[in-house]
Ligand binder design. Structure first.
Ligand SMILES: *Cc1c(COP(=O)(O)O)cnc(C)c1O
Length: 367
């Protein structure tokens, strides 16, 4: 019935309705952070890792045999799925991989959010969530974080069509305790709950151990931040076998061969090199603590970051002005205009040297 209505409306409308444009899916796209390529700039705007990927990836890249490109890649990406499953001690049938966690999240929205009830995510969070909801026609509601940018648990204990929580959250850097996350999952057995853990490796509390307990939980992580491979595009979800099966069914109804052969091989090598991963994360965390201390002494305040960025606001100088001055000096940070975020800068933790350069500029500018 609905199908027929739609066909009628497209087929025999007025001349104006019959325009080819009346059938266009119109969306307002997500605006990614700038990716300037000029040499010499200090790039602290998109939360990439300042260190190179594992040396094992470099070795594989050097030895890469282009003959394999003749063949389609493994649609199951088994090598990569195996390495992730073994790292987290879950079954291979509990792991789903995608082209960055953006792809994984988009597939999850498409798969799990199909009721008339609104899905819930905070007013201040990763700004791709509402873009996907709009793209797929999913109704959504964004409960406001409190005045300290904290999640208000009760807002998620109401009827809903699904829940998405970035924990730690972006761009605030705040990590909510696992007990709060668990309560939200436990009290919503009728909804799929996505926990986006893009930054969890820098000091968050992962919900990964809860996947054995709750069928309605999907934990999403990425290789783009803590694993230093944003350019490779690898994200993954861990969940119940049932949830992962639904996700795979949708993915294989869309495009079977999304992940290419080098990505599968190099991603597996990166995941297996746990020692390098830990060393890199530790360096970033050490620099973050130093950055916090120095920013505070310069008159900045910020929520306690458990990520690889700091969401900082200055006591005197507006964020928009600082953003422009930094950019002029070749230091790129991220700025989100808006009533509640517009006086903050989101500053990615770089190397110690990059951090010193940022601080040197700020000391001079703020004097
Ligand atoms: C960076 C980020 C992602 C997307 O990362 P991918 O590069 O697509 O894996 C997803 N969620 C949050 C909160 C992020 O900050």
């Amino acid at each position: 019935m609905e199908q027929t209505d739609r066909m009628d409306c497209r087929g025999i409308g007025s001349d104006k309705e019959a325009s080819w444009e009346s059938g266009v899916r119109r969306v307002v796209p997500y605006t990614p952070g700038e990716q300037p390529r000029q040499a010499g700039i200090i790039k602290l705007n998109t939360n990439e890792c300042p260190y190179p990927p594992s040396p094992q990836v470099k070795r594989l890249a050097a030895e890469f045999e282009t003959d394999v490109l003749r063949l389609y890649p493994d649609p199951e990406a088994s090598l990569l799925v195996k390495s992730i499953a073994s790292h987290f001690g879950v079954g291979e049938d509990q792991v789903f991989v995608g082209i960055g966690s953006d792809d994984v999240l988009a597939m999850a929205f498409l798969t799990f959010f199909n009721t008339d009830k609104p899905i819930l995510f905070p007013d201040i969070t990763y700004s791709f969530y509402d873009v996907w909801a709009n793209l797929f026609g999913i109704p959504f509601f964004r409960p406001a974080l409190d005045e300290n940018f904290r999640l208000v648990k009760e807002d998620y204990l109401v009827p809903n069509g699904g829940i998405v929580i970035a924990n730690p959250n972006a761009p605030t850097g705040i990590c909510e305790p696992l007990s709060v996350i668990e309560e939200i999952i436990a009290k919503n057995p009728g909804s799929l709950v996505i926990i986006d853990e893009a930054y969890v490796d820098f000091g968050g509390e992962s919900a990964m151990p809860l996947v054995e307990k709750y069928e309605n939980l999907l934990v999403v992580q990425t290789f783009s931040k803590s694993r230093a491979m944003a350019g490779m595009r690898i994200g993954f979800a861990v969940g119940s076998t049932k949830a992962i099966r639904y996700l795979r069914d949708v993915k294989f109804s869309f495009n079977s061969y999304t992940m290419d052969a080098p990505t599968i091989a190099w991603g597996a090598a990166s995941m297996a090199d746990d020692a390098y991963f830990r060393e890199t994360v530790e360096k970033v965390v050490t620099t973050r603590e130093y950055l916090k201390k120095e920013l505070a002494s310069l008159g900045f305040s910020f929520p306690d970051s458990r990520t690889n960025f700091v969401f900082a606001s200055h006591e005197r100088v507006p964020a928009a002005e600082l953003f422009a001055a930094l950019k002029e000096a070749g230091i790129y940070v991220r700025y989100f205009p808006g009533e509640r975020t517009g006086n903050h800068l989101r500053i990615t933790v770089g190397t110690r040297e990059q951090t010193e350069a940022l601080l040197a500029f700020l000391r001079k500018y703020l004097k």
